[in-house]
Ligand binder design. Sequence first.
Ligand SMILES: [Zn+2]
Length: 489
Amino acid sequence: MKIVVGMFKHETNTFSPIPTRWEDFGPGGPLAGDAAYKAYRHSGYGLAGLLEQAEAMGAEISIPIAARALPSAPVDHDAFERLCDVLCNAARHCDAMMLDLHGAMVAERFEDGEGELMRRLRQMRPGLPIAAALDSHANLSDLFIENCTVMPGYRTYPHVDMVETGRMAGRLLREVLEGRLEPVTVSRRVPMLANMIRCVSDEEPMSRVIAAAKRAEAGGMPCVTAFSGFPLADTADTCLSIVATAHRDRARAEAVAQEIADLAWSLRDDFMMTLEPLEDAIDRAAAIEDGTVLLADIADNCHSGGTMDSMAVIGAALERGLTGILAGPICDPEAVARLIAAGIGATVSLDIGGRTRIPALKEPLRPLRLTGTVRTISLGRFTVEGPVFTGMPVDLGRCVVLETGRLTLIVSEGRVEALDPLQFRIFGLEPSRFRYVVLKSKTTYRNAFLPLAKAAIDCNGPGVASLDLESFTWRRLRRPIFPFDRSNA
Ligand SMILES: [Zn+2]
């Protein structure tokens, strides 16, 4: 049996100004064949679970493409066409496909990226069994669901079950291939934009919705996933949804999906969150007497499409008079070049951050004027060892550590979400020795950083990954939707 295993993952923040080109699927562009196998077989990605299952079936495996990019603007047309072509060509010569996808990809000319991919694959090979391992932040369309065979999504956020989700997709596909499962899948949209922080899987209300889905699986449903959706995407399909797969029995799939969707809808107020003013959050941090306090900049994390150069949280912490602050990496190649030109030991005054123009934001980001000493200059490369995105190669390009007295700041050419304290340790900086650590992350920092700290405080500044959804202009979103249309959604 020939099985094509591949990855084409992108979570598109339609408000983000950061382009998504072929070369951004990397680092260094998409992988394929042996290079992809080596990079992902023992990684923390869904692809690892898919490969494991394909191997367990004794299949002849080919990996035509393994492409993933950080969340950013819609995938450019050329990159989307090339990636789809590779997968469609591979689909001609196989008995089944296993794909590691996200589910919230938008391409320049296709609002529903994965739906378009699945439509093309289906056109090429009408009966081909296709399994997709998905992110729980997927905004799934009917087009996708109709054309994909089995499609489990993560059950955890922060995502610590990516490999397990790949395994599940592989197992379900095997049941299909062996004639034990005739999947019938239905989706129920829950017309709301859930706040991402309220979708943490082991906290209410999301934990209740996930528990209901798991109960349905324990009761015999082959696959039931609660997709929280990715709200930073202005598309018709953006919302929370329940996707249920039954064996032959459409009525049962519909009943299960509806029941869980009704539960999620009944919890809609709990899925919302009032964002605390930044100054109040910094005041709360200042009131904590000792230990390390994490300040999570929830509006500018690159795993939600953030530009990673908003200086608002750092600026507010300095303004409040806090000392012993560690922060970064702030993506500012221009500042990096200036600091490198000045050299180690030099004292420099310069504007840092706030350079990216973000048309979607009503308030522009602003740079922060800092005076400090260049401590180190180095290349920021490491592999994520933390429990989320384990094995992900990180290339921050050239990095500078700037020391201002109250603040130790990493300025970089590249971007990384706060997934692993290695982002500081590779520069000889131990986060637990600092009083305050400014991280750019909504929730994914928790697994790796909370054990080092006494407390963590969400800080909401400006940024293109903001959860203040009313601050964006929406055009494509299907209405009515909660909370924008409170009364009749
Ligand atoms: Zn996700």
